[in-house]
Design a binder for this molecule. Structure first.
Ligand code: PLP
Length: 284
């Protein structure tokens, strides 16, 4: 696989970053994951806009402009022959020559790393037919979840708690309400209404979330942006999660309680179909 590191395309085993990199020592970096379907990038501009937002929040300089980011994404997709898969992008505060809590001097160049992940048949993930099972786990992440940082230890631990419980993912709960999934936004559907937590620093502002809610409203579906509890989720007709790599994924069980008939429902299936169709059309 060819990867991109700080201005160079290299075979993955020749790519190197400093041991003093701020992301390695302090999780001082942000990332984006953009899906590729049919060799084209899904919602590229949404991801570049959020990258800028994350960098601004941490006062890290954006080393490249939109067109330069696009060029690198396309180069890697083409070079690695990716039909379906993902492009991972990471920007960190760079690598000063030592470890220090204070930010390094302004002229320290950010570290930029991009690589592809090949996922043939990404849009035909069998889990979209069967649905996934989630457990609830206390949300113990930091309070700026709207910044897409590489500080992913707690979500990773929550994912393992889910796996150990024989489930696929965890829904994180704070003050009695669901914030989001470990790596996705969470939704329930009750009486035809789509309910998902409102945007704030409590959750990541999902790029997929924005598109799905727009398509739902365009299709005259009712959307309510508010927090919901696990008990409400267990009494819902349907539920789902969204992310750049899972698209729209049905949830069929929450903490051992089956939702509705215990199989993926029609509203989620329709949302997934609309999302994939529209986003394939708009892919670049
Ligand atoms: N919430 C969290 C915590 C995430 O890590 C992600 C994606 O990685 C999402 C939500 C979904 O965001 P997006 O739709 O932009 O992929």
């Amino acid at each position: 696989r060819t990867v991109y590191v700080n201005g160079e395309y290299l075979p993955e085993d020749q790519a190197k970053v400093s041991i003093f990199d701020r992301a390695f020592l302090m999780a001082d970096g942000v990332y984006e994951v953009t899906s590729v379907l049919g060799g084209k990038l899904i919602d590229f501009d949404g991801h570049v806009a959020r990258l800028q937002r994350s960098l601004d929040a941490l006062e890290i300089r954006n080393p490249l402009d939109r067109d330069a980011w696009l060029e690198i994404h396309r180069h890697l997709v083409s070079e690695n022959g990716i039909e379906d898969g993902m492009v991972y992008l990471q920007v960190t505060r760079g690598a000063p020559g030592d470890r220090d809590f204070a930010f390094p001097p302004e002229d320290t160049p950010p570290t930029v790393v991009l690589f592809t992940q090949n996922k043939p048949g990404l849009a035909d993930n069998p889990a979209a037919k069967t649905g996934i099972k989630v457990i609830s786990v206390e949300d113990q992440r930091w309070a700026r979840r709207d910044i897409k940082t590489v500080q992913l230890l707690y979500p990773s631990m929550a994912k393992m708690m889910a796996k150990k419980a024989g489930c696929d993912d965890a829904w994180l709960v704070e003050d009695g309400a669901v914030t989001e999934g470990t790596s996705n936004n969470a939704y329930i559907i009750k009486g035809g209404k789509i309910i998902t937590r409102q945007l704030s620093s409590d959750i990541l502002h999902g790029i997929t979330r924005a598109a799905v809610l727009r398509f739902a409203r365009e299709a005259q579906m009712e959307v309510e942006e508010r927090a919901f509890t696990i008990a409400e989720a267990q009494a819902a007709d349907e539920a789902f999660v969204t992310s750049a790599s899972a698209f729209v994924m049905p949830v069929i069980e929450v903490d051992g309680v089956a939702l509705g008939k215990g199989t993926p429902g029609p509203v989620v299936a329709r949302l997934r179909e609309i999302y994939l169709e529209e986003m394939r059309k708009a892919a670049i």
